[in-house]
Design a protein around this ligand. Sequence first.
Ligand code: PLP
Length: 371
Amino acid sequence: MTRRLEDLTSPYLSGLIPYVPGKPTEEVERELGISGSVKLASNENPLGPSPKALAALQAALPELHRYPDGPGFRLCQALARHWGVAADMLVLGNGSNELLELVGRAFLVPGDEVVYAEQAFVVYEMVAQTSGATRVRVPLKDFTHDLDGLRRAITPKTKLVFLANPNNPTGTAVPPQALETFLADVPPEVVVVLDEAYYEYLPEGERPDALRFVREGRWLLVLRTFSKIYGLAGLRLGYGMGPAPLTAILHRLRAPFNTNALAQAGAIAALTDTEHVARSRAVNEAGRRLLTEGLARLGLRVVPNVANFVLVDVGRSGAATSDALLRRGVIVRPVAGYGFPNHLRITIGTPEENTRCLAALAALLGKENPG
Ligand SMILES: Cc1ncc(COP(=O)(O)O)c(C=O)c1O
């Protein structure tokens, strides 16, 4: 009797839909025989990496024959100073994505319940599914997290709550006070993962102080990343901040050298480049205005947002619209998989990229270029 490979595979992997990333520009150009396309599909920083990070990467190159510092001592020290937490409250990941997976492996066994929003970052679903946990999904309310609904969904079987704020793919955030009340309300025996990948895009007065709960020892892991405003998505460096007993579990589980030497060096430098961060935020604010107003002139409604992307109702198939834009060299993200078949998620780009996107959409919809 021959065994099939599927018979050996974990039963929790059947039905797993692989993550579909935004298409790289080279791939699109090769497939369609076009050039000069723009990618507004993966919420990357259109300004690129911080010049300070690039210099640090260059300086780190001659040491690449050495293994990296496993836990990333220097970067953890720098992050601890930056956020006012102890260094042992930090854990680094190969992108915050890796930390989401480590949390799943650390805490979930079949039968556990994991609570998250129905329209939330797709990796939560993958983590819950592959661990055999029961997925408890709470619909958004008006494109925003329903915190009361999430709270009500927590039962004695709930081990984990995943919450992205701002949320992907909607770009919405909950008011800081509401989030803090939620964190205070969640039973202390539940681990909360607060995914703040887009935290730095929040206006100053609208940033919740979740780290207060971490310092108090709550089982809360706050995730941040260098992939978004810091412009280092290609390096893969995310980090978690949680009470030391929680981060210690993830340290035990992670691969010995899970983050690489260049990523650590680049991140340390990027953290100090406040000018690049400020400029990135300003370009994003201006781009959001330009895109929102331009899309409105095309008769399209944008979900009010606070991130570096907009979710827009195109009033027709998002997938077909995305394909048509692709052929015009504009790569955006269809979001039918998130339950938004008529929406597109468009990353806010440089002024030129935003204008190009608007012009392509206008041509497609047979409307006047909003300019
Ligand atoms: C909400 C959210 N969390 C986490 C990530 C993963 O980011 P990274 O693994 O690059 O740190 C993303 C990436 O798009 C995201 O949108």
